[in-house]
Structure formats: C-alpha cells, structure tokens
Design a protein around this ligand. Structure first.
Ligand SMILES: Cc1cc2nc3c(=O)[nH]c(=O)nc-3n(C[C@H](O)[C@H](O)[C@H](O)COP(=O)(O)OP(=O)(O)OC[C@H]3O[C@@H](n4cnc5c(N)ncnc54)[C@H](O)[C@@H]3O)c2cc1C
Length: 382
C-alpha cells in the first residue's frame, strides 16, 4: 500500500538514523565477511527498502520518482553495497512489469518486495562495446532458444536467481535485431565465474556470465523479438540514470558533511580549519556542486513522473552527478587530511564507492553522446 504523506515523512526520518548507524555497521560486517550478501538483502527488505517503487499490486509502495529519489539519496550516504541493492532492485522490476508476459510476472514479481526474488541485468561484454556492438546472440531452436556469448561486470552475479540478458536475435537488423531474455541461474549452458572484488562496493559480487549453447524455453523472451534495446533504453535506462545521479548526490553530501565536521574539529596553527578561507571556499564550492546536482535530479524526476521524455535530462543529471561526486570526494579527502587516506576512514570508503558511479548506466562519454544528439537534433551530417 502507498504510505500516507505523514507515514512517508516518519519513514524518512527514522531511515536517517538507520542508514548512518545500523546499516553502516551491517555493511561493514558484510565487507569483513561477517555476514553474507543475502543477509544484507534481508535487512534491507525488513526496512521496506526493496519495495519502495514496486507497484502496489505487486506488494510495493508504488512511490513516484520524486518520493523515491530522496530516499535513495539517503541510502547512498551509507555503503555502496546497500545503495547498489536498493537502486537496482527498485528499478529492474520495471522491465518485467512493463514488458513481461502474465506468466513471467506471476513467476518473478510476487517475491520481489521481500527480496526473495533477486535479478541482475546483463548487457556489458568483455569482447565488444555496449549497444549495437554486442556479440551475444540467440537463435531459435525448436520451440525455444539457444544463447551464446559472454557478459561481464554483472552486479549480483553471486546472488541473482535470474538475469535479464540482452542479445542479438537478428544481427542484420542492427538495433532492431536485439532482444532481451530472462535467463534463470540454473539454465543449462550458463556458467557463472566470480570476478575480483571492486575498488569499492565491498561485499557486492560481480561476475562473468558465459552462455555456451545455453538452452532457454520459448517463454524466456522478454517483450517482443527485436525490441530489447529499445525496451532497455526507454523502459529502464533513463530512469536508472536519474537514480545514479541521486546516488551521486547522497554520497557527495555525506562526504561534504564529514569534511565540514572535520573542519570544525581539526585545529592547526591555533585555529580550526573551518576558520581558514581556503577551506571555507573549498566547502562552499562543494556545497554548490551538490545543490546543483540535486536540482538536476529533481528536474529529471519531475519529468519522469509526468510521463514526459527525459532521456536528455537524465543524461545531464548523470553526467553532472558523476563529475560532481568526483570533485566533492576529492575535496573531502583533501580537507580531512592524511587520516582520511587510511582504510577504515569513512571518506576513504566514500571515495572508492564514488568511482563506481562513473560506470554504472554509462560513462561520461556516453552521456555526452546522448546530450549531443539532442543538441544537434535532425541537423546532424553524415
Ligand atoms: C561497479 C560496476 C557495476 C556494473 N554493473 C553492471 C551490470 O550489472 N550489468 C552490466 O551489463 N554492466 C555493468 N557494469 C558495466 C558498465 O556498465 C560498463 O563498465 C560501462 O558501461 C563502460 O563499458 P566498458 O567497461 O565496456 O568500457 P568501454 O566501452 O571499453 O569504454 C572504455 C572507455 O572508452 C570510452 N568509450 C567507449 N566507446 C566510446 C565511444 N564510442 N566514443 C567515445 N568514448 C568511448 C568510454 O566512455 C570509457 O571511458 C558495471 C560496471 C561497474 C564498474
């Protein structure tokens, strides 16, 4: 059921303490191997963080982007591993809900709100660029499909029950020959190889998926044949980019708060750092950066909620967000000084977690390509 405005406000207020205390401790336990990733999922589910955007008919709260993104921003103040789960799980259901068959919805959506069903999204490949350059391909075989190819850097490869995999079904048709499949973890011919731990996001598993004559039933196809890329771009990626931008804002805000706090406490040459103009200016510039990024997120979120096209605004929010979070975590590290470089300092962890946001849902260059397409409109040459 959708919470009342009062209940939502109370939830957000309580969440603030949970994120900075319990969740922080839980994620540190995960990073140290004290608890497993499914235990973190369960704790997030207990706090209703896996049902925020899911439609009410599937057991969710059905929050709008404008209601949800401030919550994600808050979660992003904690460890990247928790933020990643909340972000992906509150976005990926959209593909199933919008394009899934009745049987696919009945199979996967009832367990979504509790995290009993966990899915991952597989687009990136080791041997090719992302988009029409992909090599993974599926061919019809009797009533089903046979899938070959490789995907890597796939988040939640360690825990996912199924993967939404993007592959060619007709290479000659270019973008319109790409389809999406739901591949169960136990599909014959799917081999999952864990990849090394990341720079940040400690406790989040990434993996290489090898599809070697992987046999899929006819109902593995998600949506219509040839619509895979369009579905991913329109049905998922735009709003996912806004979520990443909101994550950049949350993480940067935490780094800024820690830097400001340190500036008050640390005394050098008889004065707190907070009284030095150089430090005050650095913090002022960081605050401006965070605020500007938050406004870009709000604008894109309002468009998404109104059902307006938001491809360009989402790419702008993501681009500004990823550059901003780089600058602000740099500032926080410099203001907090040498101790912040050491493992165990919150700024050191935020600094590493922030760098993942540069890649998720497309790099800076990809966002610029999207924005440039809108700027140049129909007047492009060649
Ligand atoms: C933490 C993390 C989680 C991830 N999770 C997932 C996931 O769950 N599922 C998934 O499918 N992928 C996932 N990825 C992969 C991520 O989406 C890609 O890393 C990202 O899209 C960049 O692709 P690439 O690594 O293949 O880099 P490349 O495409 O090899 O690009 C390398 C560099 O070249 C630039 N470049 C490439 N092509 C062009 C061009 N045409 N013009 C200009 N510049 C160009 C890029 O911008 C980049 O700077 C994840 C990555 C990370 C780091």
């Amino acid at each position: 059921m959708h919470p009342t405005p009062g209940a939502l406000a109370t939830f957000v207020q309580d969440l603030r303490a949970f994120v900075l205390e319990d969740l922080e401790a839980t994620c540190e336990a995960l990073a140290a191997g004290g608890i497993s990733a499914p235990e973190l999922w369960a704790r997030l589910a207990d706090r209703s963080l896996l049902r925020l955007t899911l439609p009410v008919e599937h057991g969710g709260w059905g929050l709008s982007f404008q209601e949800y993104l401030p919550i994600l921003e808050l979660v992003a103040q904690s460890h990247g591993s928790a933020r990643m789960i909340v972000h992906v799980h509150n976005g990926l259901w959209r593909l199933l809900d919008r394009y899934g068959s009745a049987a696919q919805k009945a199979r996967f959506l009832p367990g979504w709100a509790t995290g009993r069903v966990k899915m991952a999204f597989a687009l990136t490949e080791p041997d090719a660029g992302t988009g029409t350059d992909i090599r993974a391909a599926a061919r019809r075989d009797g009533r089903g499909w046979v899938l070959d190819g490789r995907k890597w850097l796939i988040t939640f490869a360690d825990v996912a029950d199924a993967f939404i995999v993007v592959a060619y079904t007709d290479r000659d048709r270019g973008a319109e020959g790409i389809s999406a499949f739901i591949v169960p973890r136990d599909a014959p011919g799917l081999h999952i190889t864990p990849q090394p731990d990341g720079m940040g996001l400690a406790g989040t598993g990434h993996g290489l998926l090898t599809f070697d004559g992987c046999r899929l039933d006819a109902d593995a196809l998600l949506g219509r044949e040839g619509e895979g890329l369009r579905m991913v771009l329109r049905g998922f990626l735009d709003t996912s980019r806004i979520s990443i931008a909101a994550s950049c804002v949350g993480l940067a805000q935490r780094a800024l708060d820690l830097a400001a706090d340190h500036a008050h406490r640390r005394v050098t040459f008889g004065k707190p750092l907070a009284e030095r103009q150089a430090v005050r200016f650095a913090l002022a510039e960081a605050a401006l950066d965070v605020h500007a990024a938050r406004l870009l997120v709000r604008d894109a979120a309002a468009r998404a909620d109104a059902g307006q096209p938001c491809t360009t605004e989402a790419a702008m929010a993501k681009l500004f967000g990823l550059e901003m979070v780089g600058r602000v975590t740099d500032t926080a590290l410099r203001v907090c000084g040498g101790p912040a470089y050491l493992r165990g300092h919150p700024v050191e962890r935020l600094y590493r977690d922030a760098r993942a946001l540069w890649f998720e849902e497309g790099t800076a260059e990809v966002q610029k390509l999207v924005i440039a397409r809108a700027v140049l409109g129909g007047r492009e040459q060649g």
